[in-house]
Design a binder for this molecule. Structure first.
Ligand code: GLU
Length: 271
C-alpha cells in the first residue's frame, strides 16, 4: 500500500515535471535570447497586416505584444500564422505567443493557456447589399470562412443547412464572395469591418446586424507556461490602468467605436 502511494506520488511528480518541461519558461528563455517570437496575422487589418509604406506587419495585436516585449526588455520577431496553424506552431515551439485574433474558449483552453481578454467582438456576416436580412436567408447557401476558426464551428451550428467553405484566410473567402462563389463570409465583426474598409468596391457589400456569437480575444501561450502567463496578465492589467490599452484601441478603432466599452468591461470581469 505504501509502495503504491509512493509510486502514485512519483508518477504525479513525473507528469508535473514533464508538462513543465514541455511548456518551458518562455519568460526566462525569451529574456535570455533577447527575442519574443510572436505568431500573428498578416492580412487582417487592423489586427495584423502589412503596412504598404513600411512593408512591416502592424496592427492592434502587434501593438499589444510590442508593449509586452518592451516590458520584458526583448525584441519582437513576427511570424505570420493562419487560424489553423497558430496552435500547432505554438505547441511545436516555433512561436512563443499567439497574438492573432484568437478567441478564448473552453475547448482551446484545454490545450493552450490564454491571457486576460484584450479585445471583444462577435461573429457576423458580410454579404451583397440587401441580400440577407436574417439567418433564414442563409439556409442552404454557401458561406465562406477560415479553416480552424471558431467562425467555422459557430456557423455550422447556426445555419446547419448551409455548406461552409473553409479557406486558409478571410481575404480569400472575401474574394469568393466578390466572385459570387459564396453568398456570405462569416467571422468576427471587427475583422469583417477591416476587410470591408479596404475593399475597393465596398459600396456593394454590407454587414447585416445578425450576430451569432461572442468572441473574446486572448493571447495564447503554451499550456503550463505559468510564469509567462502571469507576466502577460499583469502587463495587460497595467496597460489597462495606465491608459496604454486605451491608446492602442483608439489608434486602431477610433475613440468612438463601440468595441471599447466591451473590451474594458471584459478585462475587468476577468480579473
Ligand atoms: N476569433 C475567431 C477565432 O479565433 C475568428 C478569427 C480567426 O480565425 O482568427 O477563430
Amino acid at each position: 500500500m505504501k509502495k503504491l502511494a509512493t509510486l502514485c506520488i512519483l508518477l504525479a511528480l513525473t507528469t508535473v515535471t514533464a508538462t513543465a518541461a514541455l511548456a518551458g519558461d518562455t519568460l526566462a528563455d525569451a529574456k535570455k535570447k533577447g527575442v519574443l517570437v510572436v505568431g500573428c496575422k498578416d492580412s487582417l487589418p487592423p489586427f495584423g497586416y502589412i503596412d504598404e509604406k513600411s512593408r512591416q506587419i502592424v496592427g492592434y495585436d502587434i501593438d499589444f505584444v510590442n508593449a509586452i516585449a518592451k516590458k520584458m526588455g526583448v525584441k519582437v520577431e513576427l511570424k505570420p500564422v493562419t487560424s489553423a496553424s497558430r496552435t500547432p506552431q505554438l505547441q511545436e515551439g516555433h512561436i512563443d505567443i499567439i497574438a492573432a485574433t484568437m478567441t478564448k474558449n473552453a475547448e482551446r483552453a484545454k490545450v493552450i493557456d490564454f491571457s486576460h481578454t484584450y479585445f471583444f467582438t462577435g461573429q457576423k456576416f458580410i454579404t451583397k447589399k440587401g441580400a440577407i436580412k436574417s439567418l433564414k436567408d442563409l439556409e442552404g447557401k454557401k458561406i465562406g470562412t477560415a479553416k480552424g476558426s471558431t467562425s467555422e464551428q459557430n456557423v455550422k451550428k447556426a445555419v446547419p443547412s448551409a455548406s461552409v467553405l473553409s479557406f486558409d484566410d478571410y481575404p480569400q473567402a472575401f474574394l469568393a464572395l466578390q466572385q459570387g462563389k459564396v453568398a456570405a463570409v462569416t467571422t468576427d465583426e471587427a475583422i469583417l469591418a477591416g476587410i470591408l474598409a479596404k475593399a475597393p468596391n465596398k459600396a456593394q457589400f454590407e454587414i447585416p446586424t445578425i450576430q451569432i456569437s461572442d468572441e473574446p480575444y486572448g493571447l495564447g501561450m503554451r499550456k503550463g507556461d505559468t510564469n509567462f502567463v502571469n507576466f502577460v496578465n499583469k502587463t495587460i492589467i497595467e496597460m489597462e490602468k495606465n491608459g496604454e490599452a486605451k491608446a492602442i484601441f483608439d489608434k486602431w478603432f477610433g475613440p468612438k467605436t463601440q468595441y471599447h466599452l466591451n473590451r474594458t468591461f471584459k478585462i475587468s470581469a476577468d480579473k
